[in-house]
Design a protein around this ligand. Structure first.
Ligand code: AMP
Length: 136
């Protein structure tokens, strides 16, 4: 299985609930290495461009408002099949549909406040890692 890198964001609700450590432990226990990380407050410009693919969606403005509502924890995870592995650990976008034992099933409140973001493909992972960590 190829070694990949993927971008993870612990969203404002995850930071607020003080589960950064628990979430990072899940990544590490699954064999994913944290190769870069930073805590940051996104502004509307940065969150808007990160989610530009969703610009036409009805939830776009709320999503940008939500992602700027408090600090987020952004990291790069590296390991075999990292993109898919991270998505399995996260569970479905809507926590009501997330499998038991996944991060969203255990910690998320709603489809918006769903605790974590993870790149959904290898191509997006490359773009998202470069977006937040251009020197990596
Ligand atoms: P993604 O790029 O797949 O992470 O999607 C961006 C984020 O938009 C998701 O993680 C959700 O927080 C949010 N989102 C996706 N679909 C909806 C929806 N139908 N209503 C509200 N928020 C949504």
């Amino acid at each position: 299985m190829a070694t990949e890198r993927t971008l993870s964001i612990i969203k404002p609700d995850g930071v607020q609930k003080q589960v950064i450590g628990k979430i990072l432990t899940r990544f590490e226990d699954a064999g994913l290495r944290i190769v870069a990380a930073k805590m940051m407050q996104l502004d509307k410009n940065l969150a808007g461009s990160f989610y530009a693919v969703h610009k036409e969606r009805p939830f776009y403005n709320d999503l940008v408002t939500y992602m700027t509502s408090g600090p987020v924890f952004v990291s790069v995870l590296e390991g075999a099949d990292a993109v898919n592995k991270n998505r399995e650990l996260m569970g479905a976008t809507n926590p009501k549909e997330a499998k038991p034992g996944t991060i969203r099933a255990d910690f998320a409140d709603s489809i918006e406040a769903n605790t974590v973001h993870g790149s959904d493909s290898l191509e997006n992972a490359r773009n998202e890692v470069a977006f937040f960590f251009p020197d990596l």
